[in-house]
Write a protein that binds this ligand. Structure first.
Ligand SMILES: [Zn+2]
Length: 338
């Protein structure tokens, strides 16, 4: 199976009431970990790369690694998605490089830091929708602003200060025609999200429910949705790490979101934590080791465990064979006739 447009997976997830993890990658081991977990659980899967990842890997390496993933796993529908595109040009080059889906994050200006106004966001997102739909690729937009800065991307804001406004969300979707909408509900990117166990005061899942009521047909996206499990943090610190305490988004909160229209759940930090813990363990227990396979292999295994757990928790497990095969060309025709 070739890479598929994200819209196909989101539509299937909506029809069947499940969510899809969207896992970030920067190298071969991470792609292998996700594909192994998808194969084991028979899950359709979204693999995403940020601008930082594209710079780190070089698009050509990334493209060929993704092609290897679909070649080796012909029965798994795979989406290659650009995470936090900062401009029309970035989204365009991603599609030219084989991405079947892009995020245009017009909640921030092109520098990826400065908060943008609503009209700017509508304008750039609509432009990307027109460009992407003309070739059948899918588009995710974002309204509101998340906390946390990762890969140099993100505004240094209090995540509670820029939550998504449900009225604006309706207008945004109508005017842009996005396939999916990322909502700001108090989460942040990175390994430090909440300073206490999150409740409704700091993690506004009710907002997802409110937006879903007004936009029942729209696929919602939760960013910054790592759970930051204590055992993964402990493993790093046990082997010489220095992570400070923090709380992530509980899996149960994500499941509540999925019951209210969340179809894509971005998870990156949990995988980073798992890999780092595994590598630290090898370095501590076997300081004589110097073969990269002896620590990157266990890191890959540790990430596979986390991805598999999330795939089961989000409900995508077991659905790989049911997702209809729809090509970019077919999606292009659908958009053109809509
Ligand atoms: Zn994000």
């Amino acid at each position: 199976m070739a890479l598929v447009p994200m819209r196909v997976l989101l539509d299937h997830a909506a029809e069947n009431g499940y969510g899809l993890g969207a896992f970030n990658v920067n190298n071969m081991e991470q792609i292998q970990a996700i594909m192994a977990a998808a194969e084991e659980t028979q899950s359709p899967v979204i693999i995403q790369a940020s601008r930082g990842a594209r710079q780190y890997t070089n698009d050509a390496y990334l493209r060929h690694l993704m092609l290897a993933a679909v070649e080796l796993h012909p029965n798994i529908p795979v989406v290659m998605h650009l995470d936090h595109g900062n401009s029309v040009a970035t989204c365009k080059s991603a599609i030219e490089q084989g991405f079947t889906s892009v995020m245009m994050d017009g909640s921030l200006m092109e520098d990826g830091k400065t908060l943008a106004d609503f009209e700017y966001n509508v304008k750039v997102t609509k432009e990307v929708v027109e460009m992407a739909h003309a070739v059948g690729a899918s588009v995710e937009g974002e309204l509101g602003a998340l906390g946390g800065i990762e890969d140099g991307h993100g505004a240094d804001v209090d995540p509670r200060a820029h939550l998504t406004d449900p009225d604006q969300a309706v207008e945004f979707v109508e005017r842009t025609g996005v396939d999916a909408l990322a909502v700001a509900i108090g989460t942040s990117h990175g390994a430090y999200k909440f300073s206490r166990k999150p409740d409704e005061d700091i993690l506004a899942i009710h907002l997802v429910e409110e937006i879903n009521k007004r936009l029942p047909g729209v696929h919602l996206v939760m960013h910054g949705s790592s759970s930051l499990p204590q055992e993964l943090r402990d493993e790093i610190n046990k082997y010489g790490g220095a992570l400070k305490p923090s709380y992530g988004v509980p899996v149960e909160a994500i499941q509540r979101g999925i019951r209210s229209g969340v179809r894509k759940v971005n998870v990156d930090s949990d995988n980073r934590l798992a890999m780092t813990g595994a590598i630290r363990k090898v370095f501590t227990e076997k300081p004589e080791e110097f073969d990269p396979r002896k620590y990157l292999g266990p890191a890959r295994d540790a990430m596979e465990v986390v991805v598999k757990e999330r795939m089961i928790a989000f409900g995508q497990a077991g659905h790989a064979a049911e997702v209809p095969v729809v090509t970019l060309a077919e999606m292009k025709a659908r958009y053109a006739s809509a």
